[in-house]
Design a protein. Sequence first.
Length: 403
Amino acid sequence: MMNKLLLSAMALLFSALHIQAQTISNAYDDGKPLGWGASVTGSNDENPITVTNYTEFVNACKVTTNKTIYVKGEISFSRSYSLNTSNKTIYGLPGSALVNTNRTDKSKTGILTIKGDNIILRNLTFKSAGAYDIDGNDNITVDGATNVWIDHCDIQDGVDGNLDVVNGADKVCISWTRFRYLIEPMANGSGGSDDHRNCNLIGNSDKNANEDTDKLRVTFKNCWWDEGCHERCPRVRFGKVHIANCLFSSSVVSYCIGYGYKSNIYAEGNAFTSAKAKKTPWKNYATSGSYTDYNITTKDNLGVNEEIQAKSGSEDYWIPSTDYSMSVYDASLVESVVGNEENGAGATLTINEGEAYTTGIETIAVETSLTNEDHAIYNQAGQRVNSNYRGLVIKNGKKYIQK
C-alpha cells in the first residue's frame, strides 16, 4: 500500500506539472517526435495565438517567424490551404476540427498542404467529405517539406487520401494518429475506382527518382488504421519507412502495407487484428517494367501467417537502428494501447488554450521527505511497479519517464 505521504506528494507533483503532464496520453507515449522526425522543433511553443475561423488561421500561418497556433472550434475550408512558412506548431484544442465538405469539385477538396519546413501538428481532427476518385486533394499532403511531426491527429474521410508524403518530402514522424473513413465512398469518379478509401501514399510516382531518391524517410509509430481504410496503409515508393507498434483493424481493407518501387520498409511490432488485415498484411506493387526494385523486412508482428524479408535489386535491407534509436514494445499490447479510445491514437490529448508545454518530461523534485521504505517505483495509478516498467513513474518523490 502506498502511504498517505507519498499520495500527497504525487498530488502536489501532478498539480505543479499540469502542463508538462499533458504531453503524456499513456505510459507508452514519449510525448516527442521520434525516428526520422526526431529533430523537429516547430515553433518551440513561442508566440501563441488562438484562432477560431479560416481567416485567423491563415493569417497566423503566414507569419514568417515562429508561431504557435491553437485551433478552437470547427474551422471550415473551401480548398486545401498551402502552408508555405516554416517553424510552426499547430495544436487542436479539445473538440476542435478542420473541416472541408467539398467532394465533387477537385480544386476545392483537401484541407492542408505542408510546404514549409519544421512543422508540428498535434491533437488536430481533419474531416473531409468522403472518398471520391477524381484526383482531388488529401486531408494533409506533406509536399516537399522537411522535418514534420504529426502527432495525435484524427484524420477522416479524405476525398483523395487522408495523408500523403510526396515530392521529395523528408524526415517525417507520424505518431499516435488515427486514420478512418466514416462516410461511404462515392462511385463513378473519373479515376475509375468505386472505393477510393486509399489512406496514405509515400511517394506518388515511380518516375520521381530525381526528386524522391534518398528522401521520403518516414517513421510511423503507434498509428491506427481504423474502420473504413480500404488500402494504402501506407503504400510506399522510394522511402525508407519504419512502421512500428501500429494497429490495423479495418474490416474492409484489401491490403495494409504496400511495397512499391525503390521502397525500403521495416515493419515491426504491429498488430493486424481484423480478418482482412490478417489475410493481406502486405502486398507487392513493384511488379511491372523497370520498376521492380523493392526491399521489405517484417518482424515480430501479431496476426500474420508468416514474416517476410524480400527484395528485388541490389540495395541492402534497411534496418532503422543504423539511423536512430527507438523503443518498440510487444505487439500483443498494441490493440489495447493504440486502440484505447481514452488515451490511444487520435486527438486524445488534453491541451489548454494558449499554454505552451514541453515536448518531453523533465525530472522535477517534489517538496517532501520520504523514508527509505518508500523509495519504490509507482505508476500514475499509484500501483507499485518494478524497475523494468516503461513510462511515467514516481520514484523518490520525483517524476521520471522510464525507457
